[in-house]
Write a protein that binds this ligand. Structure first.
Ligand SMILES: NC(=O)c1ccc[n+]([C@@H]2O[C@H](COP(=O)([O-])OP(=O)(O)OC[C@H]3O[C@@H](n4cnc5c(N)ncnc54)[C@H](O)[C@@H]3O)[C@@H](O)[C@H]2O)c1
Length: 351
């Protein structure tokens, strides 16, 4: 039986990856310490999801471990010698990072280094998939010429008609401290590939969505927006007239891509992993879509000041992913993802 080590296993992507691999017969070892509740308070608590995995997945073992604990990480990797590693544990918020710079960097950069070095020492042949972010490009996408449509911004430059490719520079733009710590992790993952020939890849996510997100205002855009709608809470829109665009990829399609990579790994690769143009949506459009699913109108306020370094329009160009892994594709529409999240939040409120 093959074994997988997944960090951040109680989070959105980690739990989806754990369930996916357990479902195809792998033994799954999850690492998480519910740090999301420390970062975001009670609303970010992921223990419910940990319990769900422990009670529903066959062959799942939870390891209560902080990835900043270098010796602990080395021990777990040496003990398990996993056939593949999926690294999703992170401080994931752009805005939160400025208040906790050391926690942010120690988790996103140093935690990633701890894991990479442990893999180099114990199982350098095992594929290593790392969740990076589109924030490694900083606010450079905001320099692309845009046009304003009634409900969204869009690129007005033919070079970006299919979205942002991996060749966009990550240099000389505003990243936020979160973007900077993720750049450090991203470059380390590439380097452990290129320098030590470990089969690594960085997945530079757009907006990742799914029913297992513990969405909060500072992280998990669509999940949090739906939660606000269902609970009748006010959603705050920060700048850009609410026309800012994000591409959303369902967590299941992220897990499917990671599986494709693990089956046929490459070395030191980088992919922009998102929903692409077809799954892109602006905040105003998201209000409309969610209202259609819940029948409740969205309460919101508008804050003129945009978030520092926030993207005005971002959707991923998926060409490279499709070229390298033609068996992979998006399987779920944005509409279906919203329905799933509405059901999940409604179920969680009832339990
Ligand atoms: N959700 C998105 O929209 C999005 C977009 C782009 C990139 N990403 C990246 O994808 C990855 C997964 O994101 P997510 O949405 O699943 O996040 P998440 O917060 O839902 O999950 C991350 C998990 O990691 C755990 N964790 C955090 N710090 C830890 C530590 N020091 N030790 C052990 N566990 C720790 C948290 O408790 C949480 O359960 C992150 O690297 C994130 O930066 C996410």
């Amino acid at each position: 039986m093959k074994s997988l080590l997944v960090t951040g296993s109680s989070g959105l992507i980690g739990s989806e990856v754990a369930a996916y691999f357990a479902g195809i017969g792998w033994r799954v070892h999850g690492v998480d310490n519910n740090q999301r509740a420390v970062f975001f308070g009670e609303q970010g608590d992921t223990r419910w999801n940990q319990r769900r995995l422990e009670t529903t997945l066959k062959g799942f073992t939870h390891h209560e471990l902080d990835i900043r604990d270098r010796a602990g990480v080395a021990y777990v990797v040496r003990d398990i010698k996993p056939d593949a590693i999926v690294h999703t544990a992170a401080q994931p918020s752009h805005d939160r990072a400025a208040a906790i710079p050391f926690d942010d960097f120690d988790t996103n950069a140093v935690g990633t280094l701890n894991l990479l070095e442990a893999v180099r020492q114990s199982c350098p042949e095992s594929p290593f998939a790392h969740m990076s972010t589109n924030k490694v490009y900083g606010d450079r996408p905001n320099t692309i010429r845009l046009r304003e449509l009634p409900t969204r911004w869009d690129y007005d430059d033919p070079a970006f008609v299919d979205g942002i490719p991996e060749s966009l520079s990550i240099d000389q733009s505003m990243h936020s401290l979160f973007g900077a710590s993720k750049v450090a992790g991203d470059v380390l993952v590439q380097e452990y590939g290129r320098y030590f020939n470990i089969p690594t890849c960085c997945l530079r996510g757009g907006c990742l969505t799914g029913p297992s997100h513990s969405g909060v205002e500072l992280h998990g855009f669509l999940s949090y927006l739906i939660k606000c709608n269902i609970e009748g809470r006010e959603y705050r829109v920060f700048g850009y007239k609410g026309k800012q665009v994000r591409d959303n990829i369902p967590s299941l399609d992220v897990a499917r891509f990671i599986h494709a990579f693990i089956e046929r790994p490459r070395v030191a690769e980088v992919y922009n992993l998102g929903g692409g143009k077809q799954n892109s949506i602006s905040i105003l459009e998201a209000f409309d879509l969610v209202e259609r699913h819940t029948g409740k109108s969205q309460r919101y306020t508008y804050v003129e000041q945009a978030r520092a370094g926030d993207h005005i329009c971002y959707y991923s160009n998926l060409r490279k992913m499709r070229q390298h892994y033609p068996e992979w594709n998006l399987t779920q529409s944005l509409d279906a993802s919203v329905q799933q999240m509405v059901e999940s939040w409604t179920g969680r409120a009832a339990s």
